[in-house]
Every structure is written in C-alpha cells, then in structure tokens.
Ligand binder design. Structure first.
Ligand code: AMP
Length: 131
C-alpha cells in the first residue's frame, strides 16, 4: 500500500526493522556531535545545517514517522516537545526558533526515524513554513 506521501508501506516497515542512521549514532556506530541525551532521546547537530543553529531531537524508540506514533507514545512526544524548549534555552535561541517535523517523503522526510528539527539563528519569513 502506498500512503499519501507516495511511500510504500512495506518500505517504511522495512526501514523500521533496520537500524536507522540515528539509531546507529545512538549505538555509537556512526559519529555525531551529541549535545544532549537521556533515557528517551538524543540531540545532535544536523550534518547539513539549514540555519546557523540546526539541531535534531530524536527519540531512542525508532518510530518511523509522526503518523506512526500512537497513544503509547504520548509521554514520549510530550517529553520531546518540552526538551526542545529546554535545549533552545541551553543554546541561547529560545527567543526565536522553529521546530519542524517532516512526515513522509513528499513532505521532505529522508530519514524514517521520527525527529524534530530545531532551527534558529536566521530570520524566518512569516510567509513560509519551509526549512
Ligand atoms: P528529514 O529530511 O526531515 O528526514 O531530516 C533528516 C535530517 O537528518 C537532514 O536534515 C540531514 O541533514 C540529517 N542527517 C542525516 N544524516 C545525518 C548524520 N549522520 N548526522 C547528523 N544529521 C544527519
């Protein structure tokens, strides 16, 4: 079955069973600039920053897309939303930052392991919600 984003469901399921690049980072198999980690999530610097500050907040649990999260993930999703604010404060960008979640290939998702982009340090035009 192909979802609205044009991605085959089998592809998502397959990618969910394989460790994602982010899981490999969490396992220490791929290097990354880690700013924060706890039992539930990790925050790294994006390898190809789209803004002067571009961080990724990633749950340890490999949920492929936001749309794949369920009621069981409520606490985890709440934790991520609070933590992204904490991290913005810690890196000194809490006055102006943008949080982006891409869901599905047609929305720009390239890594099928849920993650929040924290973007700051540039002027985000009010007329665009893009990265
Ligand atoms: P998305 O396109 O929303 O799936 O975002 C994936 C993000 O992961 C992109 O902004 C990439 O630049 C970033 N990314 C991919 N591989 C790595 C990596 N090894 N370390 C840090 N960021 C990465």
């Amino acid at each position: 079955m192909v979802d609205e984003s044009g991605v085959n469901e089998a592809e998502i399921n397959e990618s969910a069973s394989e460790p994602s690049i982010f899981t490999k980072i969490m396992q220490g198999d791929v290097p990354a600039d880690i700013l924060y980690q706890d039992d539930d999530c990790i925050c790294i610097r994006d390898i190809a920053p789209k803004a002067p500050t571009h961080l990724l907040l990633i749950p340890r649990r490999q949920i492929p897309r936001l749309a794949d999260a369920s009621d069981a993930d409520k606490a985890l999703l709440g934790h991520l939303m609070l933590k992204v604010g904490d991290i913005a404060r810690q890196v000194g960008v809490d006055e102006a930052f943008r949080v982006v979640i891409n869901n599905g290939a047609n929305a720009g998702q390239t890594v099928f392991h849920l993650h929040l982009h924290l973007l700051a340090g540039k002027f985000f035009d009010e007329s665009t919600l893009g990265l």
